[in-house]
Design a binder for this molecule. Structure first.
Ligand SMILES: Nc1ncnc2c1ncn2[C@@H]1O[C@H](COP(=O)(O)OP(=O)(O)OP(=O)(O)O)[C@@H](O)[C@H]1O
Length: 363
């Protein structure tokens, strides 16, 4: 079933099943900044500094169309800042970037979304004092000025009223939020709010969906459903780019992984290969070079090593990257990913600045 009542607006190559398409993603060898066979986003020399810190310093990056790309890296690597720059929520100091061949320099976040590139936030931006259905209507409005009035007052949509409501109902049903459509968004759980934000972003029929830590703060009972929704986006022809600290999720659903550290892209490639890459192990784990992150035995070995390491946070309530279930075999990982183990990051090894609980995605 399609997310929408009609066919999605995504372009489709005749006969291509996006879930089983095994054509190579990179145009040549996988390496930082490598060209893709079919890029949807191209960024060149994009930099952003705050004070003396180069938060983002991306020489060249292409995001592959119709694929799920994970953007990973330690705290402070610049992932959210890059999201903000690409979607117009922040302005780079230098550089150019394109979506579907169109330059996005100076384009407002609102227009970027209308062009088909939507995003969600680490901390959701659903409107707590509006109902679930009103939030969905907000997602569909055509002009910034008409957003609230159209969301709140029926009859202001003209001929589109029924279509908007039908589309919202299909999406809410799909995301299992239909029973809650008249409830205030504030009454939803953290995971349900993430689902609502994702459902709302789909009201514009996007081509690229960017998710900033979709699993953070989500109850384990909802994780599978979120994963399935993300895979469905791809099945329907959308491109997904997500930031995530949960390596299980990355290995499970990503077709391609881009690794950032200290503002730069330090590695790119298929998940299995990237997690064996010494630059990635360096960025995340500093001294623990000899471990294969793409292998469950390697992960166990590393977890044991880190538990024995006095400076490590693995095995504490702040553990993130190496989830506790690898160590204990049963405990749930800390999905908020707080205090990730991160030698080599600007925040230092213990991740003392927990950006997961700080609102920093400025509008
Ligand atoms: N508005 C801001 N003002 C000052 N510094 C900022 C601002 N936003 C980000 N930074 C800094 O830029 C760097 C990159 O931060 P960013 O949040 O993009 O990293 P991240 O990879 O998303 O980290 P996390 O995984 O913790 O979310 C950090 O050093 C951060 O402190």
């Amino acid at each position: 079933m399609s997310m929408h009542s009609e066919e999605p607006a995504t372009s489709g190559e005749a006969g291509v099943d996006y879930m089983t398409d095994t054509r190579p993603i990179a145009a040549g060898e996988a390496a930082p900044g490598c060209k893709k066979r079919d890029p949807i986003v191209v960024a060149e020399n994009v930099t952003r500094s705050f004070g003396g810190i180069n938060a983002v310093d991306v020489e060249y990056l292409e995001i592959p169309r119709h694929k799920i790309t994970a953007l990973i890296g330690p705290n402070g690597a610049g992932k959210t800042t890059l999201f903000n720059l690409l979607t117009g929520f922040d302005t780079p100091n230098t550089g150019k970037w394109q979506f579907e061949g169109k330059s996005l320099a100076g384009v407002s976040p609102y227009k970027v979304a209308r062009m088909g590139m939507v995003r969600t936030f680490q901390l959701t931006k659903v409107m707590g004092k509006l109902t679930v259905m009103e939030n969905m209507r907000l997602g569909a409005a055509n002009q910034p000025g008409e957003r609230l009035s159209k969301a709140l007052f029926k009859g202001m949509w003209g001929g589109r009223e029924k279509q908007i409501t039908d589309e919202a109902n299909v999406l809410l049903e799909k995301f299992k939020l239909d029973a809650k459509k008249d409830d205030y968004a504030a009454s939803l759980s953290g995971g349900q709010r993430k689902l609502l934000e994702m459902a709302r972003s789909l009201m514009v029929r996007p081509k690229l969906v960017m998710l900033d830590e979709p699993m953070a703060g989500v109850n384990p009972a909802l994780t599978q459903s979120l994963l399935d929704h993300i895979k469905n986006l791809k099945a329907e022809g959308m491109t997904v780019l997500f930031v995530e600290h949960d390596m299980h999720m990355v290995r499970h659903i990503a077709d391609w992984v881009v690794v950032m550290a200290e503002g730069k892209v330090v590695a790119e490639g298929p998940p299995g290969e990237v997690m064996k890459n010494p630059a990635v192990i360096d960025a995340y784990l500093g001294a623990h070079h000899d471990v294969d992150l793409g292998d469950s035995e390697g992960l166990k070995e590393l977890a044991a090593e880190l538990v024995a390491d006095e400076e490590s946070i693995v095995g504490t309530e702040n553990a993130g990257i190496i989830s506790l279930d690898v160590v204990a075999g049963e405990a749930e990982p800390d999905r908020r990913g707080t205090g990730r183990h991160q030698a080599g990051s600007p925040h230092g090894r213990h991740g003392s600045t927990d950006t997961g609980s700080t609102e920093k995605d400025g509008q």
